[in-house]
Write a protein that binds this ligand. Structure first.
Ligand SMILES: [Zn+2]
Length: 308
Protein backbone atom coordinates (compact mmCIF):
# COMPACT_ATOMS: atom_id res chain seq x y z
CA UNK A 1 0.00 0.00 0.00
CA UNK A 2 1.51 3.36 -0.95
CA UNK A 3 2.32 5.70 1.90
CA UNK A 4 0.71 9.09 1.91
CA UNK A 5 2.41 12.23 3.09
CA UNK A 6 0.45 14.48 5.40
CA UNK A 7 0.66 18.17 4.52
CA UNK A 8 0.78 18.81 8.24
CA UNK A 9 4.51 18.20 7.87
CA UNK A 10 6.45 16.27 10.49
CA UNK A 11 4.85 12.91 10.84
CA UNK A 12 6.70 11.54 13.80
CA UNK A 13 3.35 10.81 15.38
CA UNK A 14 1.78 9.31 12.27
CA UNK A 15 1.33 5.57 12.07
CA UNK A 16 1.58 5.76 8.28
CA UNK A 17 5.02 7.36 7.98
CA UNK A 18 7.78 4.82 7.30
CA UNK A 19 10.48 4.37 9.90
CA UNK A 20 13.63 5.84 8.31
CA UNK A 21 17.12 4.66 9.17
CA UNK A 22 19.32 7.14 11.03
CA UNK A 23 22.99 6.26 10.89
CA UNK A 24 26.34 7.67 11.93
CA UNK A 25 29.55 6.43 10.31
CA UNK A 26 31.90 6.62 13.27
CA UNK A 27 35.37 7.56 12.08
CA UNK A 28 37.64 10.49 12.84
CA UNK A 29 38.48 13.52 10.67
CA UNK A 30 41.75 11.98 9.45
CA UNK A 31 40.19 8.66 8.36
CA UNK A 32 37.99 9.89 5.54
CA UNK A 33 38.53 8.54 2.04
CA UNK A 34 39.10 12.02 0.60
CA UNK A 35 42.28 12.46 2.69
CA UNK A 36 43.79 9.01 2.24
CA UNK A 37 46.32 10.22 -0.31
CA UNK A 38 47.71 12.86 2.05
CA UNK A 39 47.42 11.22 5.50
CA UNK A 40 49.24 7.96 6.05
CA UNK A 41 47.51 5.26 8.13
CA UNK A 42 50.76 4.87 10.03
CA UNK A 43 50.42 8.45 11.31
CA UNK A 44 46.88 8.08 12.71
CA UNK A 45 48.02 7.31 16.24
CA UNK A 46 49.84 10.65 16.47
CA UNK A 47 46.85 12.78 15.40
CA UNK A 48 44.45 14.46 17.84
CA UNK A 49 41.27 12.40 18.06
CA UNK A 50 37.97 14.28 18.01
CA UNK A 51 35.62 11.34 17.59
CA UNK A 52 34.70 10.83 21.24
CA UNK A 53 33.86 14.48 21.84
CA UNK A 54 31.84 14.58 18.61
CA UNK A 55 29.92 11.38 19.36
CA UNK A 56 28.93 12.80 22.73
CA UNK A 57 27.48 15.86 20.95
CA UNK A 58 25.53 13.52 18.66
CA UNK A 59 24.26 11.47 21.59
CA UNK A 60 22.91 14.64 23.21
CA UNK A 61 21.29 15.71 19.95
CA UNK A 62 19.60 12.30 19.51
CA UNK A 63 18.54 12.22 23.15
CA UNK A 64 16.99 15.70 22.97
CA UNK A 65 14.97 14.61 19.92
CA UNK A 66 14.09 11.23 21.44
CA UNK A 67 15.49 9.24 18.48
CA UNK A 68 17.55 6.07 18.27
CA UNK A 69 19.98 5.27 15.49
CA UNK A 70 22.78 3.02 14.29
CA UNK A 71 26.46 3.79 14.79
CA UNK A 72 28.52 2.06 12.07
CA UNK A 73 31.86 2.16 13.84
CA UNK A 74 35.44 1.40 12.83
CA UNK A 75 37.11 -1.34 14.84
CA UNK A 76 40.10 1.01 15.10
CA UNK A 77 37.91 3.55 16.93
CA UNK A 78 36.23 0.95 19.17
CA UNK A 79 39.61 -0.42 20.25
CA UNK A 80 40.67 3.04 21.47
CA UNK A 81 37.30 4.23 22.87
CA UNK A 82 35.50 1.19 24.31
CA UNK A 83 33.75 3.31 26.97
CA UNK A 84 32.27 5.50 24.24
CA UNK A 85 30.94 2.41 22.44
CA UNK A 86 29.34 1.22 25.66
CA UNK A 87 27.72 4.66 26.23
CA UNK A 88 26.23 4.56 22.73
CA UNK A 89 24.87 1.03 23.31
CA UNK A 90 23.57 1.86 26.79
CA UNK A 91 21.53 4.72 25.35
CA UNK A 92 19.64 2.27 23.18
CA UNK A 93 21.43 2.76 19.86
CA UNK A 94 22.65 -0.03 17.60
CA UNK A 95 26.37 -0.72 17.35
CA UNK A 96 27.20 -1.93 13.85
CA UNK A 97 30.42 -2.37 11.86
CA UNK A 98 32.20 0.03 9.49
CA UNK A 99 35.15 -2.35 9.06
CA UNK A 100 38.53 -2.11 10.77
CA UNK A 101 40.35 0.93 9.42
CA UNK A 102 38.32 2.27 6.50
CA UNK A 103 39.97 0.22 3.76
CA UNK A 104 37.50 0.26 0.88
CA UNK A 105 36.15 -3.17 0.02
CA UNK A 106 37.29 -3.13 -3.60
CA UNK A 107 40.90 -2.63 -2.46
CA UNK A 108 40.73 -5.93 -0.52
CA UNK A 109 40.32 -9.51 -1.68
CA UNK A 110 37.67 -11.82 -0.21
CA UNK A 111 40.07 -13.25 2.39
CA UNK A 112 41.39 -9.88 3.56
CA UNK A 113 37.82 -8.54 3.68
CA UNK A 114 36.69 -11.51 5.80
CA UNK A 115 39.57 -10.87 8.22
CA UNK A 116 38.93 -7.11 8.32
CA UNK A 117 35.27 -7.44 9.30
CA UNK A 118 35.83 -10.33 11.73
CA UNK A 119 38.48 -8.32 13.57
CA UNK A 120 36.24 -5.24 13.77
CA UNK A 121 33.23 -7.23 14.92
CA UNK A 122 35.08 -8.89 17.80
CA UNK A 123 36.18 -5.52 19.20
CA UNK A 124 32.77 -3.88 18.65
CA UNK A 125 30.87 -6.71 20.34
CA UNK A 126 33.31 -6.76 23.22
CA UNK A 127 33.02 -3.00 23.78
CA UNK A 128 29.29 -2.65 23.15
CA UNK A 129 28.12 -5.82 24.85
CA UNK A 130 25.63 -6.46 22.07
CA UNK A 131 25.67 -8.62 18.97
CA UNK A 132 26.69 -6.83 15.76
CA UNK A 133 24.38 -7.76 12.87
CA UNK A 134 24.82 -4.80 10.53
CA UNK A 135 27.67 -3.66 8.30
CA UNK A 136 28.40 -0.58 6.20
CA UNK A 137 31.32 -0.60 3.80
CA UNK A 138 33.70 2.36 3.99
CA UNK A 139 32.75 4.88 1.27
CA UNK A 140 29.89 2.58 0.11
CA UNK A 141 32.55 0.43 -1.55
CA UNK A 142 30.55 -2.71 -2.30
CA UNK A 143 29.83 -2.57 -6.01
CA UNK A 144 29.92 -4.62 -9.21
CA UNK A 145 33.66 -5.31 -8.66
CA UNK A 146 33.10 -7.15 -5.36
CA UNK A 147 30.53 -9.93 -5.89
CA UNK A 148 32.18 -11.89 -3.05
CA UNK A 149 31.62 -9.20 -0.42
CA UNK A 150 27.96 -9.92 0.26
CA UNK A 151 28.77 -13.65 0.29
CA UNK A 152 31.33 -13.09 3.04
CA UNK A 153 28.80 -11.03 5.04
CA UNK A 154 26.20 -13.80 4.66
CA UNK A 155 28.73 -16.45 5.72
CA UNK A 156 29.55 -14.45 8.84
CA UNK A 157 25.87 -14.28 9.72
CA UNK A 158 25.11 -10.60 9.19
CA UNK A 159 21.42 -9.71 8.97
CA UNK A 160 21.91 -6.68 6.77
CA UNK A 161 24.41 -4.53 4.93
CA UNK A 162 23.98 -0.88 3.99
CA UNK A 163 27.01 -0.62 1.75
CA UNK A 164 25.80 0.21 -1.73
CA UNK A 165 25.28 3.61 -3.34
CA UNK A 166 23.02 2.89 -6.34
CA UNK A 167 24.35 5.85 -8.28
CA UNK A 168 27.57 6.93 -9.95
CA UNK A 169 29.73 9.26 -7.91
CA UNK A 170 33.38 10.13 -8.53
CA UNK A 171 34.53 8.07 -5.54
CA UNK A 172 31.99 5.26 -5.56
CA UNK A 173 28.75 3.89 -6.87
CA UNK A 174 27.00 0.89 -8.43
CA UNK A 175 24.67 2.26 -11.04
CA UNK A 176 22.79 -0.98 -11.74
CA UNK A 177 21.95 -1.70 -8.12
CA UNK A 178 18.35 -1.37 -6.99
CA UNK A 179 17.38 1.69 -4.95
CA UNK A 180 15.73 -0.31 -2.19
CA UNK A 181 16.36 -3.43 -0.11
CA UNK A 182 17.37 -6.56 -2.04
CA UNK A 183 18.81 -10.02 -1.37
CA UNK A 184 22.32 -10.07 -2.78
CA UNK A 185 23.09 -13.75 -2.09
CA UNK A 186 20.85 -16.54 -3.34
CA UNK A 187 19.53 -18.68 -0.52
CA UNK A 188 20.80 -16.36 2.25
CA UNK A 189 18.75 -14.16 4.58
CA UNK A 190 21.16 -11.22 4.25
CA UNK A 191 19.60 -8.08 2.82
CA UNK A 192 21.35 -5.08 1.33
CA UNK A 193 19.73 -1.71 2.07
CA UNK A 194 21.28 0.87 -0.27
CA UNK A 195 21.79 4.45 0.87
CA UNK A 196 18.95 6.70 -0.23
CA UNK A 197 18.67 8.22 -3.66
CA UNK A 198 15.84 10.36 -5.00
CA UNK A 199 14.60 10.22 -8.57
CA UNK A 200 14.41 13.52 -10.36
CA UNK A 201 13.25 13.55 -13.99
CA UNK A 202 14.14 9.88 -14.31
CA UNK A 203 17.65 10.35 -12.91
CA UNK A 204 18.90 9.24 -9.55
CA UNK A 205 20.50 11.71 -7.22
CA UNK A 206 22.28 11.04 -3.94
CA UNK A 207 19.93 12.01 -1.14
CA UNK A 208 21.02 10.04 1.92
CA UNK A 209 23.48 12.43 3.52
CA UNK A 210 27.13 13.35 3.02
CA UNK A 211 27.88 16.42 0.95
CA UNK A 212 24.34 16.46 -0.46
CA UNK A 213 22.89 17.17 2.96
CA UNK A 214 25.61 19.46 4.26
CA UNK A 215 26.22 21.57 1.15
CA UNK A 216 22.67 22.09 -0.14
CA UNK A 217 19.89 23.95 1.71
CA UNK A 218 18.00 21.75 4.17
CA UNK A 219 14.65 21.89 2.29
CA UNK A 220 16.26 19.98 -0.61
CA UNK A 221 16.96 17.02 1.68
CA UNK A 222 13.56 17.31 3.31
CA UNK A 223 11.91 17.22 -0.12
CA UNK A 224 13.98 14.19 -1.20
CA UNK A 225 13.16 12.15 1.91
CA UNK A 226 9.48 13.05 1.59
CA UNK A 227 9.60 11.84 -2.01
CA UNK A 228 11.07 8.51 -0.96
CA UNK A 229 8.56 8.08 1.87
CA UNK A 230 5.47 9.18 -0.03
CA UNK A 231 6.04 8.46 -3.74
CA UNK A 232 8.20 5.34 -3.39
CA UNK A 233 6.52 4.38 -0.11
CA UNK A 234 9.86 3.21 1.30
CA UNK A 235 12.07 4.19 4.21
CA UNK A 236 15.04 6.48 3.64
CA UNK A 237 18.54 5.64 4.85
CA UNK A 238 20.43 8.69 6.07
CA UNK A 239 24.06 8.90 7.20
CA UNK A 240 26.50 11.47 8.51
CA UNK A 241 29.87 11.55 10.26
CA UNK A 242 30.98 12.85 13.66
CA UNK A 243 33.51 15.20 12.03
CA UNK A 244 30.70 16.91 10.09
CA UNK A 245 29.45 18.62 13.28
CA UNK A 246 32.96 19.73 14.32
CA UNK A 247 34.08 23.14 12.98
CA UNK A 248 37.09 23.05 15.35
CA UNK A 249 38.74 20.01 13.75
CA UNK A 250 42.34 20.39 12.49
CA UNK A 251 42.61 21.44 8.85
CA UNK A 252 44.45 19.27 6.31
CA UNK A 253 46.23 21.93 4.29
CA UNK A 254 47.78 19.55 1.75
CA UNK A 255 44.51 17.91 0.65
CA UNK A 256 43.20 18.46 -2.89
CA UNK A 257 41.08 21.62 -3.20
CA UNK A 258 37.91 19.77 -4.08
CA UNK A 259 38.28 17.46 -1.09
CA UNK A 260 38.82 20.45 1.17
CA UNK A 261 35.76 22.21 -0.20
CA UNK A 262 33.58 19.13 0.37
CA UNK A 263 34.99 18.39 3.79
CA UNK A 264 34.99 21.85 5.37
CA UNK A 265 31.95 23.62 3.92
CA UNK A 266 29.00 24.19 6.28
CA UNK A 267 30.44 22.41 9.32
CA UNK A 268 29.05 25.22 11.48
CA UNK A 269 25.46 24.78 10.28
CA UNK A 270 25.40 20.98 10.29
CA UNK A 271 24.17 20.49 13.86
CA UNK A 272 21.23 22.86 13.33
CA UNK A 273 20.30 21.05 10.11
CA UNK A 274 20.42 17.70 11.88
CA UNK A 275 18.17 19.02 14.63
CA UNK A 276 15.56 19.85 12.00
CA UNK A 277 15.99 16.55 10.20
CA UNK A 278 15.57 14.35 13.26
CA UNK A 279 12.35 16.17 14.17
CA UNK A 280 10.83 16.26 10.68
CA UNK A 281 10.70 12.48 10.11
CA UNK A 282 10.33 9.20 11.97
CA UNK A 283 13.77 7.70 12.62
CA UNK A 284 15.03 4.47 14.07
CA UNK A 285 17.84 1.95 14.13
CA UNK A 286 18.93 0.25 10.92
CA UNK A 287 18.27 -3.21 12.36
CA UNK A 288 14.62 -2.21 12.93
CA UNK A 289 14.39 -0.88 9.40
CA UNK A 290 16.00 -4.08 8.07
CA UNK A 291 13.47 -6.26 9.89
CA UNK A 292 10.66 -4.32 8.21
CA UNK A 293 12.24 -4.62 4.75
CA UNK A 294 12.90 -8.38 4.82
CA UNK A 295 9.61 -9.29 3.17
CA UNK A 296 10.07 -6.66 0.44
CA UNK A 297 13.65 -7.54 -0.51
CA UNK A 298 13.83 -9.23 -3.90
CA UNK A 299 16.64 -11.55 -5.05
CA UNK A 300 19.52 -9.68 -6.70
CA UNK A 301 19.34 -11.71 -9.92
CA UNK A 302 15.83 -10.37 -10.58
CA UNK A 303 16.40 -6.75 -9.59
CA UNK A 304 19.83 -6.37 -11.16
CA UNK A 305 18.65 -7.83 -14.47
CA UNK A 306 15.74 -5.47 -14.57
CA UNK A 307 17.95 -2.44 -14.02
CA UNK A 308 20.68 -3.48 -16.48
ZN1 LIG B 1 33.31 5.98 6.49
Amino acid sequence: MPMTWSSAGPSSGSAQAPLNGLSVDVEDWFQVGAFETVIDRGDWDGLPCRVERNCDVILRLFDDAGVKGTFFTLGWVAQRYPAMIRRIADEGHEIASHGWDHARVFTLGATAFAEDIARARAVLEDAGGQRVTGYRAPSFSIDARTPWAHEVLAEQGYAYSSSVAPIVHDHYGWREAPRFAFRPVAGADLIEIPVTTAEVAGRRMAAGGGGFFRLLPYPVSRWAIRQVNSVDGRPAVFYFHPWEIDPEQPRVASAPLRSKFRHYTNLTVMAAKLERLVRDFRWGRMDELAAGQMALALPADTVLEKAA
